[in-house]
Design a protein around this ligand. Sequence first.
Ligand code: FAD
Length: 470
Amino acid sequence: MTRPADAAINELKELLGPKGFSMARDVLDLHNHEARGKFDGKADLVLFPATTDEVAKAVAICAAHTIAIVPQGGNTGRCGGAVADQGQVLLNLKRMNKMIELDTRDFTATVEAGAILKTLQDAAAAYDLLFPLSLGAEGSCQIGGNLATNAGGLNVIRYGNTRDLVLGLEVVLPDGSIWNGLSKLRKDNSGYDLRHLFIGAEGTLGIITKASLKLFPQPKHVASAWVAVPSPEAALDLLALARRNSGDAIAAFELMSRFAHDTSVTHLANITRPLVSETDWHVLIELTSSRPHDDLNSVLVDLLSDAVDAGFASDATVAQSDAQRKNLWALREGIPEAQGFEGASIKHDVSVPVSKVPDLLARGITAAMDLIPGIRPCPFGHVGDGNIHFNFSQPVDMDKADYLARWEDLNRAIHDIVADLGGSISAEHGIGRLKRDELVHYASAEKMKLLRSIKGAIDPDNRLNPGKVV
Ligand code: FAD
């Protein structure tokens, strides 16, 4: 495919002006970049519209010239969803970043889709409210990207995925028309719930331009602990105990293997080992409450003491200061970066029913070791949601390229186990381009037929993010 026709380029330039349009090499390089290095972005132009109307008109121009559009947010996605082929146009929402309204009676925020997640969190906090979506990329990912990928993150156990936080959307459709579904209603059973078609669609059905989102009371108390647990089974027992004994105040419950823990402690600067005890599994547990007089530290200490008595934990430390709490989170969130110091990594973002996590870990580790002797499993993740980032570092003495050549074999072995346990091959990062063939392999014929029917009904000419998801 060659670059878009000059006539189309001129119309887009005229519509969007110098701030809304770029063909400069340095700008293209930035937006064509794909962090995992698995795909080559090849767009020849990138658009930066400033309003919904501009998005709609740009989409209509592209439709008239049969040009495909790839929506792009903060470009932090992990599945190649925001990568354009040659001849396609990138449409980045970063200039549409306004906080339109924060309503302290409705407990809602209405925002433009290009708003950075952290900006929304801070805007809500200024009103003593919480937007609970929280993930490692929150300083750069955009709300539109979060919605398009139905992002998960650290607080799903308490507040749900992005999908659970959405009341309404405004979306530009593939023909350039605008669906205004920017409702703040908490109850609306008037027909199919259209917003859910666009959430998690990874930009294949429409370009999300605005959203109205749920807010919650800002927590007044936070208590966090690092816990040594003897096994993943024990971690689940601890989770159940903690849910019951804390009045379900759990906001995060993260499991890490010893390798994941040691990698982070060894390679990252300024991280202190929270516990001296040697154990194969670690848990980071966090309770929050917005009730002014709660004493969550005592609740946590009591429940951890019960857990030790019951054999669900062998040791634990409760953070006594904000600095200590930040250290626990830096250790946990630094694992992907630290793992880079251990050579190549083959990754799986998978989920199973919470009760099946121990089976997944045991069977997955055995299968990987049989397939690639010396492989170093590095599982960690949001175990309270049944979501494990099942990463594997290369054997110490193996060539990096030889190891990465086994990517698909290992994926198949792990995904087969996930499927057998009733799980999903994409828990939170989506399908994008990376897992498109895996989706076809594991989804039922009926599911694929429905997915393709929906795509065909809304985007019959395959103009929005072609080649992604379906
Ligand atoms: P992009 O990467 O730009 O795009 C992602 C997809 O959404 C693409 O298919 C794109 O076409 C589409 N898209 C973007 N904007 C729009 C729009 N306005 N309308 C329609 N389609 C659009 N993800 C999690 O779920 N949980 C995590 O815990 C998590 N942690 C992460 C930690 C780090 C350090 C990093 C780098 C990433 C992490 N991610 C996580 C992945 C990523 O941050 C999320 O998928 C995020 O939601 C993507 O947002 P983005 O704005 O960067 O979107």
